[in-house]
Write a protein that binds this ligand. Structure first.
Ligand code: PLP
Length: 423
């Protein structure tokens, strides 16, 4: 049996309908924005390997740091013990988060960072003797695939089998330009009816929801209102963190800071699984007590894994360099030019850019959204031309590693144009 046959025999892939979809491509190595397969084909990774990669694949600097750490300490229980990579990463992260964030809680992926954020917010109110259970979230949102994260995400075909078991959440419209006022009114109405514990949102960019972009002032208005009403704002920066939107965190675009922030994806530069939830002093203090029942009883076996924290520190070293921000800006500028090119095509709608991300919708005869069948066709066409792109239904987007070269990005643009011309 070759490797691929073994894959088909033994592996159950995520978000994959093996009754329909093509077989997987075995990738053997990576360098910069390029991935190589068994036959030596080169692919440009224009989606940063599911939005995680920042500085390129198999980055030698990050690899060396992890290698050293691996030979020193690979893992240790994180209750009753601590270690330098976790401490130093927390210190460094808090230099970039808004000033009101003072504590770092580690977990091991984006979904768990959300579970932690929700549980912190709900237990905060429990601990201070004002129990609240109402959570507000945005329509079309995605916060991960565990039960809590599913509950605050859009109710759609992805989680319909679990619908009766998901906890009750009040959904408001996303504060896009058109819906910002409506969204604000919905929030005010809910606040009249319920005691809201938390408002969870993907700041400025709802990724899986179709690269939906918010109106900055519209989102800010929601956050400001929450602050006035003592509603805990949980910013899911799992995707938007670490320069993705042109700032270190998307929350920096607003003068009011969130109370809790959830981080993962780019946190380790795309090298290792790690999640972080940060919070304010006020939230942390509500858990500090002589009374054991006020403890935050949450943790994962691999919490604050030293290798992952080391990867996080190494990625920050690269991210804090000026060159990296020049690259981020250059990508945004190239996207702006590409947007002009795209606007000439009649089937292209809603071209939008936020930092290193460009997205647009293709007009088709089918309903817009994830299940629009054009995505399967597009994905295959792009792959034939050795570009890795995964449209979300009829929404095509580019979300490249920051190290992508101008030539590589031009190749991605040209390929997209070629493909949409043939439609
Ligand atoms: C990917 C994602 C998550 C979930 O992260 P996982 O590491 O895949 O569990 C949560 N929120 C947002 C905004 C995401 O993009």
């Amino acid at each position: 049996m070759n490797l691929l046959e073994k894959d088909q025999l033994y592996i159950w892939h995520p978000f994959t309908q093996s009754g329909i979809e093509d077989i997987s491509i075995p990738i053997t190595s990576g360098e910069g924005a390029i991935l190589f397969d068994e036959e030596g084909n080169k692919y440009i990774d224009a989606i940063s390997s599911w939005w995680v990669n920042l500085h390129g694949h198999a980055h030698p600097y990050i690899a060396d740091k992890i290698n050293q750490q691996l030979r020193t300490l690979e893992h240790v229980i994180f209750a009753g013990f601590t270690h330098a990579p976790a401490i130093l990463l927390a210190e460094r992260l808090l230099q970039h988060t808004p000033k009101n964030q003072v504590k770092v809680f580690y977990s091991d992926n984006g979904s768990t960072s959300i579970e932690v954020g929700l549980k912190m917010a709900l237990q905060y109110y429990y601990n201070i003797g004002d129990p609240r259970t109402c959570v507000v979230a945005l329509k079309n949102s995605y916060h991960g695939d565990t039960f809590g994260a599913m509950s605050v995400g859009a109710r759609d075909s992805f989680n319909v089998a679990f619908e009766p078991l998901l906890f009750n959440v009040q959904f408001i419209d996303a504060p896009t330009k058109d819906l910002a006022e409506q969204s604000f009114l919905q929030l005010k109405m809910i606040a009249k009816k319920y005691k809201i514990a938390a408002f969870i949102y993907e700041p400025l960019l709802q990724g899986s929801g179709g690269m939906l972009m918010h109106d900055i002032e519209g989102l800010h208005q929601l956050i400001k209102f929450c602050k006035e009403e003592n509603i805990i704002c949980v910013a899911d920066e799992v995707l938007t963190g670490f320069g993705r939107t042109g700032k270190f965190f998307a929350s920096e675009n607003m003068s009011t800071a969130p109370d809790i922030m959830c981080l993962s994806k780019g946190l380790t530069g795309g090298t290792m699984a790690l999640g972080v939830t940060t919070c304010t002093k006020e939230i942390f203090d509500a858990f500090v007590s002589q009374d054991k029942s006020k403890t935050f009883y949450h943790g994962h076996s691999y919490t604050a894994n030293p290798l992952a924290c080391t990867a996080g520190l190494a990625s920050l070293d690269l991210l804090e360099k000026e060159e990296c921000w020049i690259q981020i800006k250059a990508i945004e500028n190239m996207h702006l030019n590409f947007a002009t090119r795209l606007s000439q095509y009649k089937n292209v709608e809603q071209v939008r850019i936020l930092g290193t991300i460009i997205a647009f919708d293709l007009r088709t005869d089918e309903r817009s959204g994830y299940f629009n069948s054009i995505s399967t066709y597009l994905k295959r066409e792009f792959l034939k031309k050795q570009i890795i792109l995964r449209p979300l239904g009829n929404t095509v987007y580019i979300l490249p590693p920051y190290c992508i070269t101008q030539l590589q990005l031009e190749k991605v643009y040209d390929t997209i144009i070629e493909v949409i011309k043939e439609l």
